[in-house]
Design a protein around this ligand. Structure first.
Ligand SMILES: Cc1ncc(COP(=O)(O)O)c(C=O)c1O
Length: 453
């Protein structure tokens, strides 16, 4: 197996050293893997920055009016990431009080934060209103009423945008399609109450109605749904305009997919933005409208390809003639995507690059007590032995964010690599964390307690 057969050839920063080990930014991944007995998430800082800059560059090339990028923090968020985003002059899309809390710990500018969510709590709304963020993305009529009441009680004017579901066919996994009729998010474009909701926001003295938001879903690699949504939403904006309701901002959500395997189609950030901006500009021109502030909320396309996960192989199981089980020291507790929505990945054995020995088909399984804990259903790799380092590629998005303590596995640490050096971005979770919030009621402390006592 020659190195160029591997998917990693399409990714930035990877190479093979004289020991035939896989390296990332000149760091030997076999050595890095020895830093922990748990899996390790590794992020390449330069790729994150490059992707953000690619968005900025494309927007300034193809969109002639003002534009803003709000990184979707659900994808991966910690303190270091907030600082990095701020250095890159990028806004933040949060969807919970927890995400807002993390941003606040870094003094992230409130005017660069937007707040999402289909069931925001009173406390979340109050915090967002008090912070006077760029805008709350209103999901439904009851939420707008709550915002009105809170704003009135505080004598505040709250910035809002309304999340409209454009109701189009979206070509992605059903669990991550949001612009479809069945979605729980936003208000449907063809529902008359959506119009009343916008009118109410527009007329209220306690609301600054900034505009419209839509988000089609995630891991989208084909743009037909975008052009349909853009047409529908802009013709809706034209109808609002004709009733003197001004839409100053249009937020087109996130959604650009990342290639995870050699078979996956890939669309560059530049190509994606070019096509969307051309579509938007054309529709605005056709409708004789002035271009709005354009907002975009990318997540996966910024950080997925910047990440990889290092695992160690355990004892191989199975009959040599079939697909063998290769278990790793992690699993669905650090990467839920394969079990949640059959996501596929590529991998390599970092200590067996340029391999000319025997190869074998493996099913890469985790160590969680679930039959569905399979990370890769079938992959051909150099014949594996316990201790080999398996690198799974493109794991920067929705992995650490979806990780859990299932089976009481501790959460892996996150390493940030840059210029041949690494630093911890999040330390590995200690076992003491697993019990830090447990309390033992007094009556449970003694031994041999009789239930009738
Ligand atoms: C409202 C909203 N915006 C942005 C995103 C980010 O999407 P992606 O990571 O596909 O760019 C999501 C995630 O699905 C989302 O729900």
């Amino acid at each position: 197996m020659k190195s160029h057969d591997h998917f990693f050839g399409r990714l930035e920063g990877f190479a093979v050293n004289e020991k035939n080990h896989l390296t990332l930014n000149s760091l030997d991944l076999v050595q890095l893997a020895q830093l922990s007995d748990r899996p390790l998430y590794v992020l390449n800082e330069l790729v994150i920055r490059k992707n953000i800059r690619a968005y900025r560059q494309a927007l300034s090339t193809y969109y002639p009016a003002e534009s803003h990028i709000f990184y979707a923090s659900k994808v991966f968020l910690n303190l270091g990431m907030c600082y990095l985003l701020n250095q890159e002059h990028t806004g933040l899309d949060v969807c919970s009080e927890g995400e807002l809390f993390i941003a606040n710990q870094t003094d992230f500018p409130h005017e660069k934060i937007i707040f999402h969510g289909n069931n925001k709590s009173q406390s979340e709304l109050e915090k967002a209103i008090d912070a006077n963020i760029f805008a709350i993305m209103v999901d439904n009529a009851c939420e707008l009423e709550d915002i009105l009441k809170i704003s009135e009680s505080k004598n505040a004017i709250t910035n809002v945008m309304i999340r409209i579901n454009p109701v189009v066919e979206v070509d992605t996994h059903a669990y991550i399609a949001t612009g479809v009729r069945e979605s729980k998010f936003g208000v449907p474009i063809d529902d008359p109450s959506t119009w009343s909701l916008i009118e109410l926001a527009f007329k209220s003295p306690f609301i600054h109605f900034k505009g419209i938001h839509f988000h089609l879903g995630s891991q989208i690699t084909e743009l037909t749904a975008y052009s349909q949504a853009i047409k529908k939403i802009i013709s809706y904006i034209k109808r609002l305009h004709d009733k003197c309701i001004h839409v100053e901002a249009l937020n087109i959500g996130g959604g650009l997919g990342a290639p995870y395997t050699i078979a996956d189609q890939s669309l560059s950030i530049d190509g994606f933005i070019k096509e969307l901006c051309q579509g938007i500009c054309e529709e605005y021109q056709l409708n004789n409208l002035e271009l709005p502030k354009l907002m975009i909320e990318p997540g996966r396309s910024i950080i997925a390809s910047a990440g990889c996960t290092l695992y160690k192989i355990g004892h191989i199981k199975g009959d040599r003639s079939e697909i063998l089980y290769a278990p790793v020291n992690g699993g669905m507790s650090d990467n839920l995507r394969p079990s949640l929505y059959q996501a596929e990945y590529s991998a390599a054995i970092a200590n067996k690059m340029n391999w000319d020995g025997p190869t074998q088909k493996y099913k890469i399984v985790g160590k969680c007590c679930e039959t569905g804990d399979v990370l890769i259903q079938k992959i051909t790799l150099p014949q594996c032995s316990p201790g080999d380092v398996l690198v799974m590629f493109v794991t920067g998005a929705y992995q650490h964010a979806l990780a859990s303590n299932y089976n009481k596995h501790t959460l892996p640490g996150v390493l940030l690599v840059r210029d041949g050096a690494y630093e911890w971005l999040t330390k590995e979770q200690p076992y003491s964390d697993l019990i830090q919030h447990d309390l033992v009621p007094l009556h449970l402390r003694g031994r041999d307690k009789n239930l009738n006592d």
